[in-house]
Design a protein around this ligand. Sequence first.
Ligand SMILES: O=C(O)CCC(=O)C(=O)O
Ligand SMILES: [Fe+2]
Length: 222
Amino acid sequence: MDFLFDDSALPREPRQLRPGAWHVPGWLAPEMQSWIIKRFFEWGNGPVPPHQTLFNGHPMSVQSLCLGWHWSPSSYSRTADDINGAPVAPMEPWLVELGRRAVRDATGDPVKAQSYRPDAAIVNYYDVNATMGMHQDAEERINAPVVSLSLGDSSTFRMGNTEHRNRPWQEVRLASGDLFVFDGPARFAYHGVTRIHPGTAPQGCGLGSGRINITLRQTGLS
Ligand SMILES: O=C(O)CCC(=O)C(=O)O
Ligand SMILES: [Fe+2]
């Protein structure tokens, strides 16, 4: 199928993979996707360059950059002490607003959306060979939702359980424009990316190859 249609040509309905784990296909309109991809290239010229974070002494295969708070595997900081010591670029107000809308549209809970205040964005670029091992997003001090936006090539995303990194899990394809939200009982579920599907990005989206994933988080730090 990859060579006939990109994923936007297939009918895909919003669904809850497990309680609290929401997948909303095609949530970002094509124009919004290319607009965000332009911002991605601007962020690349920010104070902290895109980098491969060291995880247990090994470089991750994704290139990362952060807004609001700098993430390194065990903590958040305002300066990128493991990279160049520079202060992290500020969180974008439009991302905060987009995050609120994402929570509202995925969970259907306007009250939760209104109180959502993401203060960090982790932006990951996957080349076609990059993957991300099973992990929990657990450096945040509170259990506000994590909002995930996908752009460019599609990926195989693995949604696991909250107990350990092994089965049971479910796999879902995340395409350009898809929204995924981790909330409630799924907030601390293990998850990872097992594969990028080369050449599946929508034509003209502005990303030649690979995939961008942006996660919005509310750290609970001040
Ligand atoms: O790329 C994805 O879909 C997930 C990214 C992720 O899990 C993370 O940045 O913590
Ligand atoms: Fe994660």
